[in-house]
Design a protein around this ligand. Structure first.
Ligand SMILES: [Zn+2]
Length: 66
């Protein structure tokens, strides 16, 4: 069975809530027990665990349209 929200390194993820800079898309820069995400708008990096991530993510964006 395939997991619908399988996340891989360098994936672009859209979050439900926009970052302070107004950007909703984040790039996955580290995968582990915790995920590290980099804001595609301002470059700010955050860490969050998978449970929190699953709650906050809206969808996976395959390509980043600019
Ligand atoms: Zn930002």
């Amino acid at each position: 069975m395939q997991t619908p929200n399988k996340i891989e390194l360098d994936d672009i993820i859209e979050m439900k809530k926009a970052h302070a800079c107004g950007t909703k898309t984040w790039k996955v820069t580290r995968l582990g027990v915790d995920l590290k995400l980099k804001c595609t708008g301002c470059g700010h990096e955050i860490m969050m665990d998978r449970l929190e991530f699953n709650r906050k993510m809206k969808r996976k964006v395959t390509t980043l349209d600019s």
